[in-house]
Design a protein around this ligand. Structure first.
Ligand SMILES: Nc1ncnc2c1ncn2[C@@H]1O[C@H](COP(=O)(O)OP(=O)(O)OP(=O)(O)O)[C@@H](O)[C@H]1O
Length: 250
C-alpha cells in the first residue's frame, strides 16, 4: 500500500484518485513492435502489456532498454507493429500518446535548460495557455512537492546533482503525465543523493518505469523486464529477474 512518510509533501491531485483505488492510467501495449536503426534491428518484435505501477527495466549496455522506453513516448516509432499507450497509438496519435508520458532523461542537465529554475519549470506549462498567476502557483506547488521551493530563484547550473535530479522530476511532473519514465535516475549521484532520489521515487503516486543499472532501486518493484541483445529475456517479479540478470552478466 502507498503511504506518505517523507520529508517531502508529495501529495497531488492524483492522491485523491488513489484514495478511491483509481491511480493515474497505465496501460501500455506493445503489439509485435519492432525498432530498427539504419535497417538494423535494435528491438526484435515485442508483444507485452504493462499495467503495473512500478516497472523496472534492466539489461546490459546496448541491450535495448532506452529504445524500448523511447517507443513508449513515441520518440522512436516502431518499424513494424504498434505501441499503444493508454489507448493512443504512438504512430497514429503521437501527440496524445506522448502527453501520457513524462520522460526524465539520463542527464538532468539536459532536462533543465533555462538559467533560473522556476522559469524552466514554468516553461513546461506554456502550451497550456494558463494565466501568469496560475503558472506561478503551479510552479511553486511542484517545487514545494519535491522540497526544493527554496531553490526557485537559483541558477540551475549551480544546483547539486541531487537537487538537479529533483528539479528534473519537478519539470516533468508539472505537466501531470500519467506515466513517468526515468532513464538512469541515480546515475552519477553520491550515496546520499542516490538515497534521496530512491526514496522520492518510491513515494511518487505516479506510475513509474525506471531504466537502471542500480538493482537495489528496483528490488521491490512489482514487475521487472530484462532485455538482452534487443529481446525481452526475462519478465517477472524483481527477485527472479534480477537473479537471472546476474547469471546473464556473470
Ligand atoms: N539513434 C540511434 N541510431 C543508431 N543506433 C542506435 C540508436 N539508438 C540506439 N541504437 C542502437 O540500439 C541498440 C540498443 O541501444 P539502447 O540505447 O536502446 O540500449 P540500452 O540498453 O539503453 O543501453 P545503455 O544501458 O548503454 O544505455 C544499441 O546497439 C545502439 O547502438
Amino acid at each position: 500500500m502507498f503511504t506518505f512518510h517523507s520529508a517531502f509533501p508529495l501529495c497531488s491531485r492524483r492522491d485523491i484518485d488513489r484514495s478511491s483505488n483509481r491511480g493515474p492510467a497505465l496501460d501500455i501495449h506493445f503489439d509485435k513492435a519492432e525498432a530498427r536503426f539504419d535497417g538494423r534491428v535494435t528491438l526484435h518484435p515485442l508483444t507485452v502489456r504493462l499495467t503495473e505501477r512500478r516497472i523496472g527495466v534492466i539489461g546490459l549496455n546496448g541491450s535495448g532498454k532506452t529504445t524500448f522506453a523511447r517507443m513508449i513516448n513515441g520518440l522512436v516509432s516502431p518499424a513494424s507493429g504498434n505501441v499503444v499507450v493508454n489507448g493512443f497509438d504512438t504512430k497514429a496519435d503521437t501527440d496524445r500518446a506522448r502527453a501520457q508520458v513524462g520522460f526524465i532523461f539520463q542527464n538532468p542537465q539536459n532536462q533543465i535548460i533555462l538559467p533560473i529554475l522556476k522559469e524552466d519549470i514554468a516553461l513546461g506549462l506554456t502550451p497550456r495557455k494558463l494565466s501568469k498567476a496560475e503558472i506561478e502557483a503551479r510552479t511553486a506547488a511542484i517545487l514545494a512537492r519535491f522540497g526544493i521551493g527554496h531553490l526557485a530563484d537559483r541558477r540551475s547550473h549551480e544546483l547539486s546533482g541531487g537537487e538537479l535530479q529533483l528539479a528534473a522530476f519537478a519539470s516533468v511532473l508539472v505537466t501531470e503525465p500519467d506515466i513517468l519514465i526515468m532513464d538512469e535516475p541515480t546515475n552519477q549521484l553520491d550515496l546520499k543523493n542516490r538515497n534521496l532520489v530512491a526514496r522520492t521515487i518510491s513515494e511518487l503516486p505516479e506510475n513509474v518505469i525506471v531504466l537502471t543499472h542500480d538493482l537495489d532501486l528496483i528490488a521491490d518493484f512489482e514487475r521487472v523486464l530484462l532485455f538482452d541483445n534487443g529481446r525481452l529475456a526475462g519478465d517477472g517479479n524483481a527477485a527472479e529477474i534480477i537473479a537471472r540478470y546476474r547469471e546473464l552478466a556473470a
